[in-house]
Design a protein around this ligand. Structure first.
Ligand code: ATP
Ligand code: MG
Ligand code: FE
Length: 347
C-alpha cells in the first residue's frame, strides 16, 4: 500500500510516500525558517499562505522521485492537529481534495504520533514496547509505547518544552531563530562546568520536567556578565554549555528512570531536540553503561516532515483498516491530546 503523507502543522511543508513492506519511497520538505526569521518566530498567517504555495509542487517532487503517478497513491494521511489552525487547514484541504479527486481514503494523524513513530523508519525498526522521549518545540514527554496507537504518558513538562527552552536561550544569547542548532553549536565551544545552571525537577521523584526556571537562570547569567563587562563570545559559549549540559542531564536521567520504572530496555528519541548532538552522545554513553538500546530518527527526520505522517498513516491502516474514511468533511484540531479521540471539528 502506497501512502502519501502531508505535514503542515507549523512552519514546514512536508510530503512523503511510504510503501508498506518497502519503506520510504520519497520525501520532500520546504522549511519556512528563513521567511519567519526576521520576525523572530512563526507568523501564522504567513505560514498558511506559504503552505498553499508549496504543497502541490512538493507533491510533484515526491511523485517524480518515486517514479509513480497520482493514481498509484492508495491512501492519504495528513496532520489533523495539534498545531496552527490555518496551517493545518492547508494540509487537510490538500489531502481531502486530492483524495476526493482520486477516490482514495484519508487518515487524519496526530502530529506527535508522527514524531514518536518516526524512529520506526530506521532499518531494522525498534520493536514494541519501548519508552519514547519526545522532545520538540512544543512538547516534552516521556511515553510508554506498547504498539501503534497504545500510548501512555509517563511524564511531561509542567511549563516550557525543551525546544522552547533552546529557542528562548538562543534569544537571550543573541542567536537567531530557531535556536536549537545555534545554541548547540555555541555550547560545543564552551567549557564544561564553567557555568553551572540548576537541574530543575531532577529529584522530583516523578517523570515530569520544568524548563522555565532554566531560562530565567540563563537570563541572570547574561545580565551579570553584561554588568561586569565580560559578556564576550567565550562567556556566551560557557553559558550555552551550562544550559545544554543541564537540559541533557535532566532528559537523560529521567529517560533512564522511565525505562527502569517500566522494566523496559529500549528508548526511542523523537522531535527536533532529538537532533541535538550533546543529547545523543549522552544517551549513547548511558545506554552502553546501563545496557539499554537507544534509537533515533535520521537527523533530517527529527523536526517536522511528511515521512513520519505517511508512516503513521500506513501503520494505522495496517492495524485499523476501518480508520480509512471517504468522508471528506474534514476538520482540524489545533489542540488535541495524544491518545484521545480527535476533538470534534474546529473547522
Ligand atoms: P511540536 O512537534 O511539539 O508541535 P515543533 O513541531 O515546532 O513542535 P519540532 O519541529 O519537532 O517541533 O522541533 C523544533 C524544535 O527543535 C525547535 O525548538 C528547535 O530549536 C529544536 N531543535 C532543532 N534542532 C536542534 C538541535 N540540534 N539541538 C537542540 N534543539 C534543536
Ligand atoms: Mg518547525
Ligand atoms: Fe513537530
Amino acid at each position: 500500500m502506497l501512502v502519501l503523507g502531508i505535514e503542515s502543522s507549523c512552519d514546514e511543508t512536508g510530503l512523503a510516500l511510504y510503501e508498506t513492506g518497502h519503506g520510504l519511497r520519497a520525501h520532500a520538505l520546504h522549511s519556512q525558517i528563513a521567511m519567519h526569521r526576521e520576525y523572530g518566530g512563526v507568523v501564522p498567517e504567513l505560514a498558511s499562505r506559504d503552505h498553499i504555495r508549496r504543497a502541490l509542487p512538493l507533491l510533484e517532487t515526491v511523485l517524480a522521485e518515486a517514479g509513480v503517478g497520482r493514481q498509484a497513491i492508495d491512501a492519504i494521511a495528513y496532520t489533523a492537529g495539534p498545531g496552527l489552525a490555518g496551517a493545518l487547514l492547508v494540509g487537510a484541504s490538500v489531502a481531502n481534495g486530492l483524495a476526493f479527486a482520486l477516490d482514495r481514503p484519508v487518515v487524519p494523524i496526530h502530529h506527535l504520533e508522527g514524531h514518536l513513530l518516526s524512529p520506526l523508519l530506521a532499518d531494522p525498526p525498534p520493536a514494541f514496547p519501548f519508552v519514547a522521549l519526545l522532545v520538540s518545540g512544543g512538547h516534552t514527554q516521556l511515553m510508554r509505547v506498547d504498539d501503534v496507537g497504545e500510548y501512555t504518558i509517563l511524564g511531561e513538562t509542567l511549563d516550557d518544552a525543551a525546544g522552547e527552552a533552546f529557542d528562548k536561550t538562543a534569544k537571550l544569547l543573541g542567536l537567531g531563530y530557531p535556536g536549537g542548532p545555534a545554541v548547540s553549536a555555541l555550547a560545543a565551544q564552551g567549557r564544561p562546568g564553567a557555568v553551572t545552571l540548576p537541574r530543575p525537577m531532577r529529584h522530583s521523584g516523578d517523570l515530569d520536567f520544568s524548563f522555565s526556571g532554566l531560562k530565567t537562570a540563563v537570563l541572570t547569567q547574561v545580565r551579570a556578565a553584561e554588568r561586569d563587562g565580560r559578556l564576550d563570545d567565550a562567556c556566551r559559549a560557557d553559558i550555552a554549555r551550562g544550559f545544554v549540559d543541564a537540559v541533557v542531564d535532566v532528559l537523560a536521567e529521567k529517560s533512564l528512570s522511565a525505562l527502569r520504572a517500566n522494566g523496559l530496555g529500549r528508548l526511542v528519541v523523537a522531535g527536533g531536540v532529538g537532533a541535538n548532538q550533546q543529547l545523543r552522545e549522552r544517551l549513547n554513553a548511558l545506554a552502553a553503561k546501563r545496557r539499554f538500546t537507544v534509537h533515533y530518527p535520521d537527523l533530517a527526520l527529527c523536526t517536522d516532515n511528511g515521512a513520519m505522517i505517511a508512516l503513521a498513516g500506513a501503520l494505522r491502516l495496517a492495524r485499523w483498516p476501518e480508520q480509512a474514511t471517504r468522508d471528506y468533511r474534514y476538520g482540524v484540531s489545533p489542540r488535541w491530546e495524544l491518545g484521545k479521540p480527535q476533538p470534534r471539528r474546529a473547522a
